[in-house]
Design a protein around this ligand. Structure first.
Ligand code: NDP
Length: 278
């Protein structure tokens, strides 16, 4: 019987731990303030931004909202980021992605000061992760490491396979598993014999963005399966990149969708915000 990794419970535990740290820092006169920028009113982004602000309120972090109209120019957005970078009161800055098409995402990511880059997307943050230095780590893969840790799943010496190589999930995930002394393979759309490679995995992390693509034929008996994907099906229910029902009896532990990786992303954003307090 597979252990169902309860991301909701673990994320609540982390947020409660952070709440205590924030209280202690406040007593020392130290305070975190997250600036949350949203350009346009994409409904999904509005939900994500709302959840991030709620999490801030829960753990005692100030949040300041900057809701900019869709027509905001890149120069106007960069000017706001410059202003927030220079403001000592602001300890973290996040710009909700995606931004409208006339704005270059990379330019925005690079403009946020690495010291306030609580999303962990700046090349300096990614570079620090790559060479094992301290820095902000992308929240979803950082959350997966916490899920493994809080579930007592050892990474050292394990065969770890990551399916997906995006800058925000797959690549930092591989680096974190490597840092934890896993033996790491990264797969992508040009990987040959994907099933065979996945079947080697003691720990399989799937961030492929294809609903239920990974079924029992990709899984070694007793593997730990981490499903990053999130998709809304025609019946309105959510599913992941893993075909949960086909896989659950074959693995030793698995993250459900919803309630697995998803809640950890915001918890780790809060973790980064707390670590941003000087
Ligand atoms: P991307 O679309 O950026 O990356 C997908 C990756 O999967 C790419 O590297 C791509 O390869 C690879 N891929 C695509 N098709 C195949 C295939 N047939 N075989 C092998 N590899 C393939 O996605 P993200 O990393 O941003 O997100 C992945 C999933 O995770 C999505 O479902 C997303 O919604 C979800 N997500 C969930 C979060 C959460 O908080 N729960 C946070 C972030 C993402 P190539 O590079 O060759 O194109």
């Amino acid at each position: 019987m597979a252990k169902i990794i309860d991301g909701k419970a673990i994320s609540t535990q982390i947020k409660d731990e952070l709440k205590e740290i924030v209280e202690k820092k406040k007593a020392l006169g130290k305070q975190a303030t997250l600036a949350v920028i949203q350009v346009g009113n994409d409904p999904a982004s509005t939900v994500y931004v709302g959840n991030k602000k709620k999490a801030c309120a829960y753990i005692g972090i100030n949040s300041e909202s900057y809701e900019l109209p869709e027509e905001t120019t890149q120069e106007e957005l960069l000017a706001l980021i410059d202003k927030l970078n220079a403001d000592d009161k602001i300890t973290g800055i996040l710009c909700q992605l995606p931004v409208p098409k006339h704005i270059d995402e990379d330019t925005i990511i690079r403009r946020i000061s690495p010291e306030k880059d609580v999303d962990g997307f700046h090349p300096m943050s990614v570079g620090a992760l790559c060479i094992g230095e301290e820095g902000f780590v992308s929240c979803t893969p950082a959350g997966i490491m916490k899920l493994l840790e809080y579930s007592g799943i050892e990474v050292e010496g394990k065969e770890c396979v990551v399916v997906g190589r995006s800058n925000i999930v797959g690549k930092p995930m591989a680096l974190l598993l490597l840092r934890a002394n896993g033996t790491v393979t990264v797969c992508h759309s040009r990987t040959c014999n994907l099933k065979d490679v996945c079947k080697r995995a003691d720990i399989l992390v799937v961030a492929v963005g294809k609903p239920k693509m990974i079924d029992d034929e990709y899984i070694k008996d007793g593997a730990v399966v981490i499903d990053v994907g999130i998709h809304r099906m025609d019946n309105g229910k959510l599913c992941g990149d893993v075909d949960y029902d086909k896989v659950v009896d074959k693995c030793s532990a698995i993250t459900p969708v919803p309630g697995g990786v998803g809640p950890m992303t915001i918890a780790m954003l809060m973790y980064n915000c707390v670590n941003a307090i000087k």
